[in-house]
Design a protein around this ligand. Structure first.
Ligand code: NAP
Length: 287
Protein backbone atom coordinates (compact mmCIF):
# COMPACT_ATOMS: atom_id res chain seq x y z
CA UNK A 1 0.00 0.00 0.00
CA UNK A 2 1.41 3.46 -0.81
CA UNK A 3 2.28 5.83 2.05
CA UNK A 4 -0.13 8.29 3.56
CA UNK A 5 0.88 11.69 2.19
CA UNK A 6 0.91 14.11 5.13
CA UNK A 7 -0.42 17.55 4.26
CA UNK A 8 1.75 20.10 6.04
CA UNK A 9 -0.75 22.70 4.88
CA UNK A 10 -3.56 20.99 6.82
CA UNK A 11 -1.46 20.61 10.00
CA UNK A 12 -0.31 24.22 9.66
CA UNK A 13 -3.90 25.42 9.27
CA UNK A 14 -4.97 23.74 12.49
CA UNK A 15 -2.00 25.23 14.42
CA UNK A 16 -2.68 28.68 12.91
CA UNK A 17 -6.26 28.45 14.20
CA UNK A 18 -4.83 27.72 17.67
CA UNK A 19 -2.55 30.75 17.20
CA UNK A 20 -5.57 32.98 16.57
CA UNK A 21 -7.21 31.71 19.76
CA UNK A 22 -4.05 32.27 21.80
CA UNK A 23 -3.84 35.85 20.48
CA UNK A 24 -7.49 36.53 21.41
CA UNK A 25 -6.94 35.11 24.90
CA UNK A 26 -3.80 37.21 25.34
CA UNK A 27 -5.67 40.34 24.30
CA UNK A 28 -8.50 39.62 26.74
CA UNK A 29 -6.15 38.72 29.59
CA UNK A 30 -3.41 41.33 29.23
CA UNK A 31 -4.37 43.72 26.40
CA UNK A 32 -1.24 42.67 24.50
CA UNK A 33 -0.96 42.18 20.72
CA UNK A 34 2.07 40.08 19.68
CA UNK A 35 4.61 42.00 17.60
CA UNK A 36 7.21 40.55 15.21
CA UNK A 37 10.12 42.51 13.72
CA UNK A 38 11.79 41.09 10.63
CA UNK A 39 15.21 42.40 9.59
CA UNK A 40 16.19 41.88 5.95
CA UNK A 41 19.65 42.80 4.63
CA UNK A 42 20.27 42.90 0.88
CA UNK A 43 18.05 42.03 -2.04
CA UNK A 44 18.29 38.24 -2.45
CA UNK A 45 15.15 37.13 -4.28
CA UNK A 46 14.60 33.92 -2.22
CA UNK A 47 15.06 35.85 1.05
CA UNK A 48 12.46 38.38 -0.12
CA UNK A 49 9.99 35.58 -0.89
CA UNK A 50 10.54 33.96 2.54
CA UNK A 51 10.18 37.31 4.34
CA UNK A 52 7.00 38.19 2.43
CA UNK A 53 5.50 34.81 3.40
CA UNK A 54 6.40 35.29 7.07
CA UNK A 55 4.98 38.83 7.21
CA UNK A 56 1.79 37.78 5.45
CA UNK A 57 1.28 34.73 7.70
CA UNK A 58 1.91 36.82 10.82
CA UNK A 59 -0.61 39.45 9.82
CA UNK A 60 -3.13 36.79 8.86
CA UNK A 61 -3.25 35.36 12.42
CA UNK A 62 -3.23 38.80 14.08
CA UNK A 63 0.46 39.42 14.85
CA UNK A 64 1.62 42.98 14.14
CA UNK A 65 4.63 42.48 11.87
CA UNK A 66 7.15 45.09 10.73
CA UNK A 67 9.91 44.81 8.15
CA UNK A 68 13.24 46.64 8.56
CA UNK A 69 15.30 46.64 5.39
CA UNK A 70 18.97 47.45 4.84
CA UNK A 71 21.08 47.54 1.64
CA UNK A 72 23.58 44.69 1.16
CA UNK A 73 26.57 47.02 1.75
CA UNK A 74 25.29 48.28 5.11
CA UNK A 75 27.77 48.45 7.98
CA UNK A 76 27.03 45.69 10.53
CA UNK A 77 26.92 48.33 13.31
CA UNK A 78 23.75 49.82 11.79
CA UNK A 79 21.97 46.47 11.92
CA UNK A 80 23.21 45.77 15.45
CA UNK A 81 21.92 49.21 16.52
CA UNK A 82 18.49 48.36 15.04
CA UNK A 83 18.49 45.06 16.97
CA UNK A 84 19.31 46.95 20.20
CA UNK A 85 16.39 49.30 19.49
CA UNK A 86 14.01 46.38 18.84
CA UNK A 87 15.24 44.57 21.97
CA UNK A 88 14.18 47.61 24.00
CA UNK A 89 10.80 48.09 22.28
CA UNK A 90 7.98 46.56 24.41
CA UNK A 91 5.68 46.32 21.36
CA UNK A 92 8.14 43.89 19.73
CA UNK A 93 8.04 40.37 21.17
CA UNK A 94 9.90 38.49 18.43
CA UNK A 95 12.92 39.49 16.31
CA UNK A 96 13.98 37.57 13.24
CA UNK A 97 17.04 38.34 11.12
CA UNK A 98 16.62 36.69 7.72
CA UNK A 99 19.63 34.55 6.79
CA UNK A 100 21.96 34.43 4.95
CA UNK A 101 23.66 37.75 5.67
CA UNK A 102 26.25 39.48 3.41
CA UNK A 103 29.92 38.56 4.02
CA UNK A 104 30.80 41.62 6.15
CA UNK A 105 28.59 40.21 8.94
CA UNK A 106 29.45 37.74 11.68
CA UNK A 107 26.24 35.70 11.79
CA UNK A 108 26.91 34.66 15.40
CA UNK A 109 27.42 38.27 16.51
CA UNK A 110 24.08 39.23 14.97
CA UNK A 111 22.13 36.23 16.29
CA UNK A 112 23.55 36.62 19.80
CA UNK A 113 22.66 40.31 19.87
CA UNK A 114 18.95 39.46 19.75
CA UNK A 115 17.47 39.35 23.25
CA UNK A 116 17.11 35.71 24.27
CA UNK A 117 13.50 36.52 25.25
CA UNK A 118 12.74 37.68 21.69
CA UNK A 119 14.75 34.99 19.86
CA UNK A 120 11.77 33.43 18.06
CA UNK A 121 14.00 31.62 15.53
CA UNK A 122 15.69 29.85 18.47
CA UNK A 123 19.24 30.49 17.23
CA UNK A 124 20.64 32.36 20.29
CA UNK A 125 23.16 30.27 22.25
CA UNK A 126 20.90 30.46 25.33
CA UNK A 127 18.06 28.80 23.45
CA UNK A 128 20.40 26.33 21.76
CA UNK A 129 21.66 25.39 25.25
CA UNK A 130 18.06 24.98 26.41
CA UNK A 131 17.53 22.58 23.54
CA UNK A 132 20.51 20.49 24.65
CA UNK A 133 19.10 20.02 28.18
CA UNK A 134 15.48 19.67 27.00
CA UNK A 135 14.26 23.02 28.35
CA UNK A 136 14.13 25.43 25.44
CA UNK A 137 11.62 28.26 25.18
CA UNK A 138 11.91 28.79 21.43
CA UNK A 139 12.60 25.56 19.50
CA UNK A 140 14.02 26.31 16.02
CA UNK A 141 11.05 26.54 13.67
CA UNK A 142 11.78 23.84 11.04
CA UNK A 143 12.55 20.90 13.38
CA UNK A 144 9.76 22.12 15.69
CA UNK A 145 7.44 21.89 12.68
CA UNK A 146 8.62 18.32 11.99
CA UNK A 147 7.83 17.32 15.59
CA UNK A 148 4.36 18.87 15.28
CA UNK A 149 3.67 16.97 12.04
CA UNK A 150 4.57 13.65 13.74
CA UNK A 151 2.49 14.57 16.79
CA UNK A 152 -0.49 15.50 14.61
CA UNK A 153 -0.32 12.09 12.87
CA UNK A 154 0.08 10.28 16.23
CA UNK A 155 3.37 8.79 15.07
CA UNK A 156 5.27 7.51 18.13
CA UNK A 157 8.90 8.59 18.55
CA UNK A 158 9.96 6.94 21.80
CA UNK A 159 12.11 3.89 21.16
CA UNK A 160 12.17 4.46 17.38
CA UNK A 161 15.28 4.53 15.23
CA UNK A 162 15.47 8.05 13.81
CA UNK A 163 17.98 8.82 11.08
CA UNK A 164 18.60 12.44 10.15
CA UNK A 165 20.36 13.26 6.90
CA UNK A 166 21.87 16.74 7.24
CA UNK A 167 23.67 18.23 10.23
CA UNK A 168 23.18 21.98 9.88
CA UNK A 169 22.73 24.29 12.87
CA UNK A 170 19.23 25.25 11.75
CA UNK A 171 17.76 21.84 10.86
CA UNK A 172 19.78 18.64 11.39
CA UNK A 173 21.43 19.30 14.77
CA UNK A 174 18.37 20.72 16.58
CA UNK A 175 16.26 17.96 14.99
CA UNK A 176 18.59 15.36 16.51
CA UNK A 177 18.35 16.96 19.96
CA UNK A 178 14.54 17.12 19.82
CA UNK A 179 14.31 13.49 18.73
CA UNK A 180 16.69 12.39 21.51
CA UNK A 181 14.59 14.32 24.00
CA UNK A 182 11.53 12.46 22.73
CA UNK A 183 13.21 9.12 23.44
CA UNK A 184 14.41 8.12 19.96
CA UNK A 185 17.70 6.44 19.12
CA UNK A 186 19.26 8.94 16.74
CA UNK A 187 21.86 8.78 13.97
CA UNK A 188 22.94 11.95 12.18
CA UNK A 189 24.43 11.67 8.68
CA UNK A 190 26.13 14.37 6.62
CA UNK A 191 28.14 14.88 3.45
CA UNK A 192 31.15 12.95 4.82
CA UNK A 193 29.07 9.94 5.90
CA UNK A 194 30.35 6.77 4.23
CA UNK A 195 27.62 4.62 2.66
CA UNK A 196 24.56 6.69 3.58
CA UNK A 197 22.22 3.79 2.77
CA UNK A 198 23.54 1.59 5.59
CA UNK A 199 22.13 4.19 8.01
CA UNK A 200 18.93 5.21 6.21
CA UNK A 201 17.81 1.58 5.82
CA UNK A 202 17.65 1.27 9.64
CA UNK A 203 15.32 4.24 10.07
CA UNK A 204 11.81 3.90 11.47
CA UNK A 205 11.63 7.68 10.96
CA UNK A 206 13.86 9.28 8.32
CA UNK A 207 14.25 13.08 8.28
CA UNK A 208 16.10 14.40 5.25
CA UNK A 209 17.52 17.94 5.13
CA UNK A 210 20.53 17.93 2.82
CA UNK A 211 19.50 20.12 -0.11
CA UNK A 212 20.30 17.38 -2.66
CA UNK A 213 17.44 16.42 -5.01
CA UNK A 214 16.95 12.67 -5.46
CA UNK A 215 19.36 11.82 -2.61
CA UNK A 216 17.06 9.23 -1.00
CA UNK A 217 16.09 6.36 -3.30
CA UNK A 218 13.52 3.61 -2.56
CA UNK A 219 16.21 0.96 -1.97
CA UNK A 220 17.63 3.13 0.84
CA UNK A 221 14.49 3.00 3.01
CA UNK A 222 12.87 0.26 5.05
CA UNK A 223 9.33 -0.82 4.12
CA UNK A 224 6.89 1.04 6.39
CA UNK A 225 9.34 3.83 7.28
CA UNK A 226 8.06 7.35 8.04
CA UNK A 227 9.80 9.81 5.68
CA UNK A 228 9.95 13.55 6.36
CA UNK A 229 11.48 15.53 3.49
CA UNK A 230 12.73 18.94 4.60
CA UNK A 231 14.70 19.69 1.43
CA UNK A 232 13.65 22.44 -0.94
CA UNK A 233 15.41 22.39 -4.33
CA UNK A 234 14.56 24.30 -7.50
CA UNK A 235 15.32 22.23 -10.61
CA UNK A 236 16.49 23.71 -13.92
CA UNK A 237 12.94 23.33 -15.31
CA UNK A 238 11.60 25.47 -12.44
CA UNK A 239 10.03 22.59 -10.45
CA UNK A 240 10.42 22.61 -6.66
CA UNK A 241 11.36 19.20 -5.23
CA UNK A 242 12.67 17.80 -1.95
CA UNK A 243 15.64 15.51 -1.30
CA UNK A 244 13.62 12.30 -1.58
CA UNK A 245 12.70 10.44 -4.77
CA UNK A 246 9.03 10.91 -3.93
CA UNK A 247 7.53 8.73 -6.68
CA UNK A 248 9.67 5.76 -5.67
CA UNK A 249 9.70 6.14 -1.88
CA UNK A 250 5.94 6.78 -1.58
CA UNK A 251 5.42 3.11 -2.60
CA UNK A 252 7.51 1.80 0.34
CA UNK A 253 6.96 4.26 3.20
CA UNK A 254 4.01 4.30 5.60
CA UNK A 255 3.92 8.11 5.78
CA UNK A 256 5.66 10.74 3.68
CA UNK A 257 5.67 14.54 3.49
CA UNK A 258 5.50 16.08 0.00
CA UNK A 259 7.52 19.02 -1.32
CA UNK A 260 6.03 21.56 -1.64
CA UNK A 261 3.21 21.44 0.92
CA UNK A 262 4.97 19.40 3.64
CA UNK A 263 7.44 20.87 6.12
CA UNK A 264 7.60 24.32 4.43
CA UNK A 265 4.26 25.68 5.73
CA UNK A 266 5.08 24.31 9.18
CA UNK A 267 8.30 26.35 9.47
CA UNK A 268 6.43 29.63 9.09
CA UNK A 269 3.66 28.42 11.39
CA UNK A 270 6.06 27.58 14.22
CA UNK A 271 7.56 31.06 13.88
CA UNK A 272 4.08 32.45 14.56
CA UNK A 273 3.67 30.12 17.53
CA UNK A 274 7.07 31.13 18.98
CA UNK A 275 6.19 34.82 18.58
CA UNK A 276 2.95 34.32 20.49
CA UNK A 277 4.86 32.39 23.19
CA UNK A 278 7.24 35.35 23.51
CA UNK A 279 4.30 37.75 23.87
CA UNK A 280 2.63 35.46 26.44
CA UNK A 281 5.86 35.25 28.45
CA UNK A 282 6.28 39.03 28.36
CA UNK A 283 3.09 39.36 30.41
CA UNK A 284 4.26 36.98 33.13
CA UNK A 285 6.29 38.10 36.13
CA UNK A 286 9.95 36.93 35.96
CA UNK A 287 10.67 34.01 38.30
P1 NAP B 1 22.90 23.29 4.82
O1 NAP B 1 23.24 24.26 5.88
O2 NAP B 1 23.49 23.42 3.46
O3 NAP B 1 23.24 21.83 5.39
C1 NAP B 1 23.09 20.70 4.59
C2 NAP B 1 23.48 19.48 5.38
O4 NAP B 1 23.31 18.33 4.55
C3 NAP B 1 24.94 19.49 5.83
O5 NAP B 1 25.06 18.93 7.13
C4 NAP B 1 25.63 18.60 4.79
O6 NAP B 1 26.74 17.88 5.30
C5 NAP B 1 24.52 17.61 4.47
N1 NAP B 1 24.67 17.03 3.15
C6 NAP B 1 24.90 17.66 1.97
N2 NAP B 1 25.01 16.79 0.96
C7 NAP B 1 24.83 15.56 1.51
C8 NAP B 1 24.86 14.25 0.98
N3 NAP B 1 25.09 14.02 -0.31
N4 NAP B 1 24.66 13.22 1.83
C9 NAP B 1 24.44 13.43 3.14
N5 NAP B 1 24.40 14.67 3.70
C10 NAP B 1 24.61 15.71 2.89
O7 NAP B 1 21.33 23.22 4.57
P2 NAP B 1 20.09 23.51 5.55
O8 NAP B 1 19.95 24.97 5.75
O9 NAP B 1 20.12 22.58 6.71
O10 NAP B 1 18.91 23.04 4.56
C11 NAP B 1 18.85 21.73 4.06
C12 NAP B 1 17.72 21.64 3.06
O11 NAP B 1 16.51 21.93 3.74
C13 NAP B 1 17.80 22.66 1.92
O12 NAP B 1 17.22 22.08 0.77
C14 NAP B 1 16.92 23.80 2.41
O13 NAP B 1 16.38 24.55 1.35
C15 NAP B 1 15.85 23.04 3.14
N6 NAP B 1 15.19 23.79 4.19
C16 NAP B 1 13.83 23.72 4.20
C17 NAP B 1 13.14 24.35 5.20
C18 NAP B 1 11.66 24.22 5.20
O14 NAP B 1 10.99 25.03 5.80
N7 NAP B 1 11.11 23.20 4.55
C19 NAP B 1 13.79 25.10 6.16
C20 NAP B 1 15.20 25.12 6.15
C21 NAP B 1 15.89 24.46 5.15
P3 NAP B 1 28.09 18.60 5.87
O15 NAP B 1 27.69 19.14 7.23
O16 NAP B 1 29.05 17.47 5.97
O17 NAP B 1 28.44 19.65 4.87
Amino acid sequence: MPAKIISGNAVAKSIRNDCKERISALGRRAGVVPGLAVVLVGDSAPSRVYVRKKLHAAQEVGIVAHLFEFPSNVAPEAVLAKIDELNADPRVHGILVQLPLPPQFSIFEVLHRISRDKDVDGFHLYNVGGLVVGDTIFPPCTPFGVMKILEHENIPIEGQNVVIVGASNIVGKPMALMMMQAGATVAVCHAKTRDLAQFTILADILVVAAGVPGLILPQMVKTGCVVVDVGINRLADGRIVGDVDFEGVVKKASYITPVPGGVGPMTVTMLLSNTITAAEKSTMAPI
